[in-house]
Design a protein. Sequence first.
Length: 98
Amino acid sequence: MVLFFCDLEILMRLLLHVMILILILNMLIIYEQVINLLVKLIHQIIQNVELQHKVVHRNDLIVLLHDINVVFVIQIQLLQQLLQQQLLLHLYQKLELV
C-alpha cells in the first residue's frame, strides 16, 4: 500500500513536469507567432511606404496589432494555467504533510 502511494506521488510529479514542459513549448510557439506577426507588420509598412509613398493604411495596422494582442492574451492565459498547476501541486504537497 505504501509503495502504491509512493509510485502515485512520483507519477504525479512526473505528470506535472510534463505539463510544465508542454506549456513552455506552447509559449515558445506563441513567441514565434508574435515574431512572425511583427515581421508581417514591418513588411507591410515597408511595402506601403515604397509603393505609395504614404503612411500605412490604418486598418491594416489595426488588424495586425489586434492579432499580436490576441497572441499575448493567449500567452497570459497559459501562464495563468501554469501558476494554477503550481499552486495545486503546492497544496497537494501540504496535504501530504498533514
